[in-house]
Design a protein around this ligand. Structure first.
Ligand code: ADP
Ligand code: MG
Length: 655
């Protein structure tokens, strides 16, 4: 005696019970179906046929009773094993066709094979062959809404056959069709039955049922007649599942070897399709992520740009430079005076490499009838070395000029451009500084550095002696520039200078020491704080973007609950559904992130044109993009899991 393929014992199904009235839909069904049978289950509407079929197809579990499939108790199978059974053993044909609306006929037919891990080429070929066999060769690219009812039902039959379809479960397959299409579908089922498929046909129409070899009639959840109750089972046909190998194949099948690649590709394609179909809504929702990513990238680029600009300007004079100048210790006393004696004392310090007093002030300058105001500093010949500031034309004044207080001047780029505009060769020209004629001997290279109001290039350097005697009438420096011997030990040098100065000034700290390094550091700190602030504002908009993704995903899951049910009925496991919806969330964020980066580059380009300092950094771009991606995964996970945990029948019958 053969093990029946399907063996139901005292199957009962009840709905409700807690707050709703308990409805017993199936009240003890006993039924055995063998390989190769063509069975029709007939009964009035509401008699429990669909409920029975969902249990037969492992979409639903009975409240009580035992269901053995090929000898295996279905109640003991895991959800993955049940998915395997739905995928490999059953093929569903529903009254409402249940095709995925966003996918083409071909893609709908291929779906069960994707979950089975069939290689793409084989899958395409088989789906095409099936569609051709069912007379749909010219309709493979059409989406369900572009097909007639009869055509849709044939697509769903092709889908049922995709993985073999040993057992075709057809629930009122002709119910929604006109008589001609209905007859055609019945002819197909007949044909399948004669080829060895088990066909279980559910109908309320006795005429349709008459096509089957065996008719089981149910009423109010009970079998009231079975035309083949006492007949011996028909011989086993090819294509039928055997009890012996089911266990083995179950354990193999639920591993889903190498199927992930095809599934991932399918998930990406499906995700792209859904995004494209809803492109307007998607674009609106993605705006959050796009703006978030773009603002993170742009704000960090602007922050970094201005930081680099400031640093470059401050570092232009060298990070080993210390400035010394007089200061009033409190508001009522006059500022202390740094004298040339102090300079001489400091010169002896081993921590001091170069020291240069500067006697200077803003002064009126004139050439011909052009007037200009510029900083005029008397200093010695260390100037080019200490400031790392060469001349580009002519030469720097010499020690001889210094010794005889020569009226010679080295002018900055700005002075050359403003005062001596249109003069081909400024060298040798005479300019008036505070009405004293000075001969131009050199032009300084452009520094391009400015801090506040001061432009480094708007400067004239003259010998210290000339400045003291001819211009300012004082020997004392306005400030002293000191180059520390070791740029890494500026602090130590400063301490040593402070000690000497304190001694020279009898313990009175009426002077001030500042250095570029400290200024740069302080500036860098403010800039970093600024970047951080801008960055967090941007991060918040990214968060808002993430919530947008979650919103659209929740909406998607809700709208496509039926699709999830269809996918489960064709054999998708929970993790397939999870993967699909996570893929969609990730795709959304990837598209949003890339668009955001593109937008950021555009805005950055516009800013560069507007002469704003921007510095795009790869870490910032990658960081913003990964944030978008992580946002997508994190916010997409909840909706995706919600989808994966749906009950197949609930999902399938949802509206
Ligand atoms: P048929 O397919 O024979 O028309 P069904 O199996 O669809 O019948 O339904 C049988 C009975 O079970 C109906 O009375 C229906 O109202 C009830 N029923 C079906 N599904 C549910 C459910 N989820 N909750 C409560 N009652 C249900
Ligand atoms: Mg029904």
């Amino acid at each position: 005696m053969h093990t029946p393929l399907i063996d139901l014992r005292d199957i009962r199904k009840a709905y409700g019970g807690h707050d709703t009235p308990l409805v017993e839909v199936l009240r003890g069904i006993d039924m055995r179906i063998h390989a190769g049978e063509f069975v029709a289950i007939v009964g009035a509407s509401g008699s429990g046929k669909s409920t029975l079929m969902n249990i037969l197809g492992c979409l639903d579990r009975p409240t009580s009773g035992e269901y053995r499939f090929a000898g295996e108790n279905v109640a003991h199978l895991s959800s993955d094993e049940l998915a395997w059974l739905r995928r490999e053993a059953f093929g569903f044909v529903f009254q409402g066709y249940h095709l995925i609306p966003s996918a083409s006929a071909q893609e709908n037919v291929e779906m069960p094979a994707i979950y089975a891990g069939t290689p793409a080429a084989e899958r395409h070929a088989r789906a095409s062959a099936l569609l051709e066999r069912l007379g749909l060769a010219t309709r493979t690219g059409n989406r369900p809404h572009q097909l007639s009812g009869g055509q849709q039902q044939r697509v769903s039959i092709a889908r049922a056959l995709m993985n073999g379809g040993h057992i075709i479960l057809a629930d009122e397959p002709t119910g929604a069709l006109d008589s001609h299409s209905g007859a055609e579908v019945m002819r197909l089922l007949d044909e399948l039955a004669s080829q060895g498929h088990v066909v279980i046909l559910i109908t309320h129409d006795r005429e349709v049922a008459a096509r089957a070899k065996r008719i089981i009639e149910i009423r109010d959840g009970l079998i009231i007649s079975d035309s083949a109750a006492d007949q011996p089972p028909t011989p086993v046909n090819r294509g039928a599942l055997q009890a012996v190998d089911l266990r083995k194949r179950l354990s193999e099948g639920s591993e889903a070897n190498g199927a992930w690649k095809g599934e991932l590709l399918d998930a990406v394609q499906a995700a792209w399709r859904v995004m494209w179909i809803n492109r307007f809504r998607t674009a609106l929702t993605l705006l959050g992520i796009v703006i978030g990513v773009a603002s993170v990238v742009v704000m960090l680029a602007v922050g970094e740009g201005s930081k680099r600009q400031v640093m470059a300007q401050m570092g232009a004079f060298g990070s080993n430079i210390i400035y010394l100048s007089g200061l009033s210790p409190n508001p009522r006393t006059p500022a202390g005076i740094v004298s040339l004696n102090d300079v001489a004392a400091l010169k002896a310090l081993p921590q001091v490499n170069m020291i240069m007093p500067v006697n200077g002030a803003e002064a009126g300058v004139r050439y011909g009838n052009v007037d200009h105001t510029s900083y005029v500093g008397g200093n010695d010949t260390h100037f080019p070395a200490i400031f790392n500031w060469p001349v580009v034309q002519g030469s720097y004044f010499t020690q001889a000029d210094e010794d005889r207080a020569a009226a010679v001047a080295v002018i900055g780029k700005k002075v050359r451009d403003k005062l001596l505009k249109g003069i081909a060769d400024p060298i040798g020209q005479y300019i008036l500084i505070e009405n004293v004629p000075f001969q131009v001997v050199g032009v300084l290279a452009e520094k391009g550095a400015s801090s506040g109001e001061q432009d480094a290039d708007d400067r004239i350097a003259v010998p210290y002696s000339a400045a003291s005697i001819r211009l300012f009438g004082t020997q004392n420096p306005e400030y002293v520039v000191i180059a520390a011997a070791d740029a890494r030990k500026v602090k130590e040098a400063e301490a040593a200078i402070d000690q000497v100065m304190l001694r020279m000034h009898n313990g009175k700290r009426d002077y001030e020491l500042t250095n570029n390094a400290a200024m740069i550091q302080a500036e860098a700190r403010t800039q970093n704080t600024l970047s951080l602030m801008l960055g967090s504002i941007a991060a918040i908009s990214l968060l808002v973007g993430g919530i947008g993704v979650m919103n659209i995903m929740l909406m998607t899951v809700r709208e496509r609950t039926r699709e999830i049910g269809i996918r489960m009925a064709t054999g998708a496991r929970q993790r397939d559904i999870l993967r699909q919806f996570l893929t969609e969330a990730v795709m959304l964020s990837v598209v949003g992130g890339l668009t955001g980066i593109a937008l950021a580059l555009l805005v950055g380009g516009a800013l560069v044109l507007a002469e704003v300092a921007v510095a795009f950094s790869l870490p910032a771009v990658l960081g913003a993009f990964s944030c978008a991606l992580i946002t997508g995964v994190v916010f997409g996970f909840m909706p995706a899991r919600k989808a994966a945990r749906l009950d197949p029948v609930t999902a399938l019958t949802s509206e």
